[in-house]
Design a protein around this ligand. Structure first.
Ligand SMILES: Nc1ncnc2c1ncn2[C@@H]1O[C@H](COP(=O)(O)OP(=O)(O)OP(=O)(O)O)[C@@H](O)[C@H]1O
Length: 339
């Protein structure tokens, strides 16, 4: 294995009684947020132009067999609205969950919130404010983004991965020893100590589990102590226990003053209960934004309630998918107007 020799790193196995503990005292508190961020997003829209080619009524087969000329094809540009006037707010200490079916716009919204659409400003409109001000470089530096598809080096161990990133990402003002200590603190805060010497691995090389891998991705972002942590589907591929553990970890980060925004496909009911607020997207529109605990009552007031007790997240997803009673007859849950 290549290891770190090439970049001049010495990775000693940590000695529990030595330097790390002392360094904790003089390093800035890593897990607490020194710069709390309240994130507001108002009327966020995202539109893309899609080129559609029309065959002027000729069948594709005929065009292949008889050949086609450019005049047979008409190209039209159509505008597709991916996000339509999405508004919400999330404060330090809170977890905002963005729920919705596949293709409803969750990742697009997260990218917008993380300031990743700013370059293509014609497609994006709306206002995103951090502490009531337009995002600055300072805010961008304080934002961590955990993508759906993490890119980790498969041959490195968990500890090597975090130490390597720590040395690359932390400011020059910290010594090498301090940077290694930061990596070790994150490692233990994210519950990765047990697998610190296991390699990351990939589909060909056996390595850490899916849940541990997600934790490494989060740890990777935690190294720079972000105040705002945005996560795209951090529980995808995890069983419900591992998903619960991971969201519990997010909960404890929120308790330390971080602002957490996460998208989630199918949270279990106990995971759902950990969300402070939820935003439900359906085809790019917001059908609910508010406290997670009040979502069921809100839809009941509109005349929709499940006919038997069910996971609120499943109920909201059914609504976002536009599932009505008639589509569910004969099985599954039925969402019926409340009597
Ligand atoms: N640049 C683009 N051009 C065309 N269509 C796009 C573009 N970006 C996103 N889309 C479409 O917008 C919709 C929303 O995509 P997005 O990835 O945000 O959905 P999602 O809710 O995160 O889905 P999933 O849960 O499957 O990841 C999808 O139908 C996608 O194909």
């Amino acid at each position: 294995m290549p290891g770190f020799g090439g970049v001049g790193l010495q990775l000693e196995t940590p000695n529990r009684d030595s330097p790390t503990r002392d360094l904790r005292d003089h390093l800035p508190s890593l897990m607490s947020s020194s710069y709390p961020i309240t994130l507001k997003f108002i009327d966020v829209c995202y539109k893309v132009k899609i080129q559609q080619t029309n065959t002027r009524g000729r069948s594709i087969k005929r065009m292949f067999t008889h050949g086609s000329t450019p005049s047979d094809l008409i190209s039209t540009i159509q505008e597709k609205t991916i996000l339509n006037n999405i508004t919400g707010v999330v404060s330090p200490g809170e977890i905002l969950a963005i729920l919705g079916p596949s293709g409803s716009g969750k990742s697009t919204l997260l990218n917008a919130l993380a300031g990743r659409h700013q370059q293509q400003s014609r497609a994006f409109s709306g206002t995103i404010l951090a502490n009531n001000k337009k995002s600055t470089k300072q805010i961008a530096k304080r934002t961590g983004f955990v993508t759906q598809d993490d890119v980790l080096y498969p041959h490195l161990t968990v500890r090597e991965t975090l130490v390597f990133c720590s040395l690359l990402r932390l400011p020059k003002t910290l010594t090498k020893k301090d940077k290694i200590s930061v990596a070790e603190m994150v490692l233990s805060e994210l519950g990765l100590s047990k697998c610190e010497n296991t390699i990351i691995g990939n589909s060909f090389i056996r390595g850490i589990s899916g849940g541990e891998r997600k934790r490494v991705s989060i740890a990777h972002e935690m190294l720079v102590n972000p105040s705002l942590l945005i996560l795209d589907e951090p529980t995808s591929g995890l069983d419900s226990t591992a998903a619960f553990r991971l969201v519990s970890t997010l909960g404890s980060l929120a308790q330390k003053g971080k602002t957490i925004v996460t998208s989630m496909h199918q949270p279990s009911s106990r995971v759902y209960q950990m969300f402070d607020s939820v935003l439900v997207l359906s085809e790019g529109r917001s059908i609910y934004f508010g406290k997670g605990s009040e979502a069921m009552a809100y839809f009941e007031s509109l005349g929709f309630s499940p006919s038997f007790p069910m996971n609120p997240a499943d109920f909201l997803l059914d609504l976002a998918n536009g599932i009505k009673r008639e589509h569910l007859e004969g099985g599954g849950a039925s969402i019926s107007p409340a009597t």
